[in-house]
Design a binder for this molecule. Sequence first.
Ligand code: DGL
Length: 270
Amino acid sequence: MAHNLPIGVFDSGVGGLTVLREMVHALPGERFVYFGDTQRAPYGGKTPETIITYAREITRYLNAWPVKAVVTACNTESAYALEDMRKVTRSPVLGVLEPAVRRTLAVTRTGRVGLMATKATVESGAYQAMLRRHRPDIAVVTSACTKLVPLIEAGETTGSALEAVLRMYLEPLMSADIDTLILGCTHYPLVADRIRAIVGPAVTLVDPARHTATALRRLLETHNLTATVPQGDHVFLASKKTPAMQRLIRSVKADAKLELVDIEALHWQK
Ligand code: DGL
């Protein structure tokens, strides 16, 4: 029965595991198949065409498992590719932008919102448009944090290099007097405590991961897809084994094993 199939989740690499962790916690009766495209990451500086091509390939791949729903944990993919993903699967598709936008609208008092994200996500204008659609007077101040993902992927989640880069990206947002800050990239929750230390307690941080888990629960209920029998182990897949990936999957499941997926084979699944 479809409702007892796993849920497919993907990201460009390790960052999506922050989203997976929240979903596993919120939906303990569900089984997940996670794919991190570590070989081709980061996505945040790629063209819209490439971002969409990758999303279609991976959606087709997950669909063939089969899965009952596909979640892209990646903000960059969510900004560009949801409609294209829907063209290659009949399963419901979920991204992280809408849950984050709903939360932002609920918490901002002044309507002055900061967005930290990849260059591609900022340039897509997707967050900005979605926020303005619901609240036309909202001011969205953006920061394309190109240096942040490579630092975090390299395991630099503390220390002076990270501190300097974070200050460079956050100070313009703070000068713009924001009251809410969207962590619009999967990797940023991994350094949320450092971000919090810089922006101070008056700014509300929005982590899309938590709100995506709630949105997934609603999506499963709406489509009558909530699992009814205990499920097997989660599956962790990557296009390249990296130390960060090995470490982070264990933060989701202590004895998790990582399996390799042949990226060349995926490349034919346009
Ligand atoms: N997963 C990406 C995102 O959330 C960040 C990493 C990347 O650039 O691939 O936008």
